[in-house]
Design a protein around this ligand. Structure first.
Ligand code: NAD
Ligand code: WQD
Length: 343
């Protein structure tokens, strides 16, 4: 089938495009390239030997989306497009509500205009907020602590109500935990603009010599080694989760599912695993806790297994080895001139 992938040039979207094409689907990437580089499309083509259609456009442009869906006879949409920086969402909340909430609304309206009903939406474990219990099951209370997280929850609620109002829509809401790693080829990967705010790309840039050391935010949490614990999940496992979710929509109209491994790893675990994968010491310093961080969270994975038959299979070592292959072969990512190196 032909699938529109909004944000398909971004980190998770590009990996999912590879998975979809390799499963025999046609892909239409719809992206405004505000956080991605057109080079990724050539790389997808090198991996899959198939050229995805690319439409440069904004998800807030309802007419362009409906025209694109109709022109390419799309049967489903996977919606990655959005902004994702927690810190930026605190300083620019309206930008986040406009991109993430209005963008999703105009996408769903456009789908309704042309009668396309299958939708997979990228949500985030951030909707849960501070854990009341672990592991985080899908019915854990929702209490996001940032405007970014609240935009995800608002869209989830909007999609839930749309699904309740009609049987024309079939919707899967996927809550990702901490996506890391990249395609095993080392041809596509995560290429953040500026200083990475996430741990894995920061470690990778230290390993490749772009930054002097990792700052570990807090070593006095109530965890075995004092550093924060997260559920890191390989992006190719996430990609296969999207394919399973899409297939599942032929059997069920509405699902909300976690995509994680169910295993927590600390910051020091990740630093050590990366060091082993790249064969070098990764210098680090302990610094103050980062505002808004919680000590520990990880996913309950039973529902994903029960509904989708999906489990993450790749281990921390694969996540680090694949990231290192990408980073060492593409030290400046897709070629955007790197910012000045800073700690
Ligand atoms: P990304 O920034 O690499 O990809 C997002 C893509 O969407 C980019 O190519 C960007 O150019 C495009 N885009 C942004 N706003 C757009 C708009 N208005 N119109 C058209 N295109 C637009 O991010 P990612 O890490 O691949 O994340 C994909 C999705 O998954 C996002 O919705 C994000 O919130 C969600 N998510 C990400 C993580 C994570 O840690 N990476 C975790 C949970 C959820
Ligand atoms: C992981 C751990 C940090 C950087 C974020 C978003 C969340 C979701 C995934 C989109 C924490 C520590 C980090 C560094 C560090 N994104 N750390 N030094 O905060 O769990 O989740 O990305 O939906 O919404 O909040 O991920 O990679 O930033 O941090 O010590 O330079 O690494 O304190 O314990 P986080 P992260």
């Amino acid at each position: 089938m032909t699938i529109m992938v909004t944000g398909g040039a971004g980190y998770i979207g590009s990996h999912t495009c590879v998975e979809l094409i390799e499963a025999g689907h046609q892909v239409v990437i719809f992206d405004n390239f505000c956080n991605s580089n057109i080079e990724v499309v050539r790389r997808i083509e090198r991996i899959t030997s198939a050229a995805p259609v690319v439409v440069r456009g904004d998800v807030r442009d309802r007419d362009l989306i409906s025209a694109t869906l109709a022109k390419h006879r799309c049967e489903a949409v996977i919606h990655f497009a959005g902004l994702k920086s927690v810190a930026e969402s605190v300083s620019h909340p309206l930008l986040y509500y406009e991109n993430n909430v209005l963008g999703s609304m105009s996408l769903v309206q456009a789908m309704q205009d042309v009668g396309v009903g299958k939708l997979v939406f990228s949500s985030s474990a951030t909707v849960y907020g501070d854990p009341v219990f672990l592991p985080l099951t899908e019915d854990h209370p929702k209490s996001p602590y940032s405007p970014y997280g609240r935009t995800k929850l608002v869209v989830e609620e909007m999609l839930t109500e749309v699904a309740q109002s009609t049987n024309r829509f079939k919707i899967a809401i996927l809550r990702y935990f901490n996506p890391v790693g990249c395609h095993v080829s080392g041809l596509i990967g995560e290429d953040p603009l500026g200083v990475p705010s996430n741990l894995m790309p920061f470690i990778a840039q230290v390993a490749v010599g772009r930054r002097p050391h990792v700052n570990i935010f807090g070593n006095d949490y109530n965890t075995p080694d004092g550093t924060g614990i997260r559920d890191y999940v390989h992006v190719m496992d996430l990609a296969s989760g999207h394919l399973r979710a899409l297939e599942h929509l032929s059997r069920q109209d509405f699902i909300q599912v976690n995509l994680g491994t169910g295993r927590g790893s600390s910051v020091l675990d990740l630093v050590q695993a990366f060091s082993k994968a790249c064969g070098k010491d990764i210098p680090f310093v302990f610094s103050a806790r980062r505002d808004g961080d919680v000590a520990s969270y990880y996913a309950a994975t039973d529902l994903a297994h029960k509904l989708l038959g999906w489990r993450a299979t790749r281990k921390l070592h694969d996540m680090c080895a694949d990231t290192w292959r990408w980073q060492s072969r593409n030290p400046n990512g897709y070629g955007i001139v790197p910012d000045q190196v800073s700690a």
